[in-house]
Unconditional design. Structure first.
Length: 340
């Protein structure tokens, strides 16, 4: 695939929170999934990190959109503009002389309907993809973690992203039992916003709630190495005067309790549907956590205690799906589970 080759290959992990593009085995784009459009002309103003910095801070002529909701495309035009903008970033970094014809492998949630799959395919084709292949996220995560997905043994993946949590048992290059729930990082952020409003009477935006989650987010109320309290500044809801509120990890653990319980229930539900032979493999191999949600403090310990099967956090949970998609791109002819 030299400079003069007309077909370039890219792997895209199209996430609700972040979009990652791999080209020539390297992560060339790792940006938030946000676009900023001009309200009057619908022209693309910014994509990725630049657009995220505008999010929640725009005036009436600019709108920032997150094109994906719950892991699937919610705004078709914005999604196409975002993919196109990010492919341009790849071309500027990879110095393509002319826009090549692209072969893409794109990730989709395992619970996608035909319509949702079609939306991803159409957006990718409009953004310049000539050959578009799809791969299910848990399958990509398993490959990215380094598991042998084609072996006749069961491996279980729990991929907690921004918009959806994908739980799947994989064996012989296929998904045996899966559960895709629309509860993930975004819901935890919304829980924190709601809690701050109810408990502390302070209004916080999506970005601040996200920072609280990153700095003091926890799935357990007892942690060995506890993080420092995080100081939040915001307006009092009654008086609109500024407030300063320290938030501890115990508070966050209490407020996201409900959402974490739903993820636990979904894992148990997927285990219930698993054939007994594969169940034995899963107990022996443990269950792998991937996605940004895997970084939540104490989550692996909580799930291990609750379900009784050891949970392992993937080496690089944020990039596991993208890496797996990159491996699939190199082995398009070998992997039969890619959807054309």
């Amino acid at each position: 695939m030299g400079l003069f080759s007309f077909t370039q290959e890219i792997a895209i992990d199209l996430g609700t929170a972040n979009t990652i593009i791999i080209h020539n085995d390297k992560i060339v784009v790792d940006e938030p999934s946000v676009v900023a459009l001009d309200k009057r002309t619908d022209r693309l103003l910014a994509v990725g990190e630049k657009a995220r910095q505008m999010h929640g801070k725009t005036h009436e002529n600019i709108r920032t959109i997150r094109p994906l909701r719950d892991g699937v495309i919610a705004d078709f035009y914005a999604a196409e503009q975002m993919i196109r903008g990010m492919v341009k970033m790849v071309s500027s970094k990879s110095r393509w002389f002319a826009p090549p014809s692209l072969r893409m492998v794109v990730c989709i949630p395992s619970g996608s309907t035909e319509v949702e799959i079609r939306a991803v395919r159409d957006s990718s084709e409009h953004a310049g993809g000539r050959d578009v292949y799809m791969i299910y996220e848990p399958m990509a995560a398993a490959i990215g973690i380094g598991l042998d997905v084609e072996a006749p043994e069961g491996n279980m993946i729990v991929d907690i992203g921004g918009g959806s949590t994908e739980i799947a048992v994989i064996s012989l290059g296929g998904i045996v039992s899966n559960k895709s729930i629309r509860i993930a990082g975004d819901d935890l952020t919304a829980d924190i916003q709601e809690y701050m409003r109810r408990q502390h009477n302070v209004k916080v935006g999506e970005r601040t709630a996200e920072l609280i989650k990153i700095n003091v987010g926890s799935a357990l109320t007892e942690l060995d190495n506890a993080p420092e309290d995080y100081i939040v500044h915001g307006p009092n809801q009654m008086t609109a005067l500024p407030m300063e509120v320290p938030v501890s990890y115990q508070e966050v653990a209490h407020c996201i309790e409900k959402s974490i319980s739903k993820i636990e229930a979904a894992v148990l539900s997927a285990l219930e549907q698993t054939p007994p032979e594969l169940y034995a493999d899963v107990v022996r191999n443990g269950i792998y956590l991937a996605g940004g949600g895997a970084l939540l403090r104490g989550l692996d310990k909580r799930l291990t205690d609750k379900i009784g099967i050891p949970f392992h956090i993937a080496e690089d949970p944020l990039h596991a799906v993208a890496k797996g998609t990159g491996v699939a791109l190199k082995n398009i002819s070998r992997f039969s589970f890619l959807i054309r």
